[in-house]
Write a protein that binds this ligand. Structure first.
Ligand code: UT7
Length: 354
């Protein structure tokens, strides 16, 4: 059966760091609370548009597969923080890197990368696509509200990307399981970033979240998704070699692993360094896990995600023979001499940061 095999990977995490201590200097929080409740120590704040981060991660992924954008039949960017309503972030990536394949953004919030992988796999199985770039890229710092300590400490910016190609071999996406419960739209939302705000200027452009409800649903739903996906692949939970979960909260990741009875040693996490980067979190974690040797040839890699919608999804990927990059490229983006806190100034009028 024709399916999508991952043959390239890359990531871009902005250089400007925002630590818990930085946040505690401007809002009523502290390092101990953030670390113990979420596992986050610091996050990155972007000095460039989301599409630049997406392009940087894509450039690495293409080099890693030794391919160019002209080889791609499809570019999907999973994001809920696009530069503009039109064009898509994917179109910007193509503008920078070239090619004439299809481009589209996909918004399934933090589940976007797993959704994107599944959509590309479906198009590969149908024979309409041979090679695709799937990118998760988010600039959630644009939506941070430093007057809301329950959300401001959780999110960060970044991008991760993979290149997939059609394979008839054992490697590739064995199964995926995607869901959404639309009755839960209001427990995780960003109100003022859509057309609503054109008509109502009072709508705040910030994350609004019922943390405990999201937490409860996340653990249950990611667990259910993983069980169905692994069964549909004709495998068992104990066959999972590496679990890469959406990095939203270390307690959610640990609880999901416990629910699935998965050995903690198989769980890859990097939430301490980047916070919750939404659709970017799984491809960043995947790229780092590969570069750190945490994935071996033939491994069964389980990816599980949940996010606003409430969406959730799971994907079971059989890794191929290659776990090292064919080529490496340096990022071409300009650096910044600003700190994460300074970059947040635009969002923090009245809080003494400008
Ligand atoms: O990608 C999907 C995105 N969202 C998520 O994954 C979020 C899922 N939910 C969570 O991760 C957790 O619910 C949070 C990390 C958001 C919150 O952790 P919690 O253990 O559920 O805390 P809580 O909301 O029950 O708040 C406990 C206390 C409250 O004080 P009182 O009422 O007990 O006095 C909060 O006001 O902690 C207080 N609190 C804080 N204290 C210091 C809330 N935020 C902070 C903060 N610093 N940043």
């Amino acid at each position: 059966m024709r399916r999508a095999a991952i043959i390239g990977w890359g990531d871009y995490t902005p250089p400007a760091v925002l630590t818990n201590t930085d946040l505690a200097s401007v809002i009523d929080t502290n390092d101990e609370w953030i670390r113990s409740r979420s596992g986050i120590k610091e996050r990155r704040i972007s000095h460039v548009p989301n599409s630049d981060m997406a392009t940087a991660a894509a450039r690495q992924a293409l080099a890693s597969a030794d391919l160019s954008a002209a080889d791609m039949d499809l570019i999907i960017v999973a994001t809920c923080s696009p530069d503009r309503a039109i064009p898509s972030v994917a179109a910007y990536v193509q503008r920078e890197l070239g090619g004439l394949g299809a481009t589209m953004d996909l918004n399934a919030a933090c589940s976007g990368f797993v959704y994107g992988l599944s959509v590309a796999n479906g198009m590969i199985a149908a024979g309409t696509v041979d090679k695709a770039l799937i990118i998760g890229a988010e600039r959630l710092s644009a939506f941070l509200d430093l007057t809301d300590r329950s959300t401001a400490v959780l999110f960060g910016d970044g991008a991760g990307a993979v290149v997939v190609e059609a394979s008839d071999g054992p490697e590739g996406l064995l199964s995926s399981n995607l869901h959404s419960d639309g009755s839960l739209t209001e427990i995780l939302t960003i109100r003022g970033a859509g057309t609503e705000s054109v008509f109502d200027h009072d709508v705040p452009t910030t994350v609004d979240m019922e943390g405990r409800e999201v937490f409860r649903n996340a653990v249950t739903r990611m667990g259910e998704g993983a069980i169905v996906a692994v069964e549909n692949a004709g495998l068992a939970l104990e066959d999972i070699d590496v679990l890469i979960s959406h990095q939203a909260n270390i307690r959610i990741i640990d609880a999901t692993a416990r629910r699935l009875n998965i050995d903690p040693d198989t769980v890859y996490t990097n939430i301490h360094a980047y916070g919750n980067t939404s659709a970017a979190s799984i491809p960043i974690a995947l790229s780092e896990a590969l570069d750190q040797g945490a994935i071996s040839p033939g491994d069964l890699v389980a990816m599980v995600a949940f996010g606003g919608g409430l969406t959730w999804g799971a994907a079971m990927v059989r890794w191929g023979e290659r776990t090292t990059r064919l080529r490496r490229v340096d990022h071409e983006l300009p650096g910044t001499d600003k700190t994460g806190l300074e970059l947040l100034a635009a969002r923090t009028q009245g809080l003494g940061l400008e």
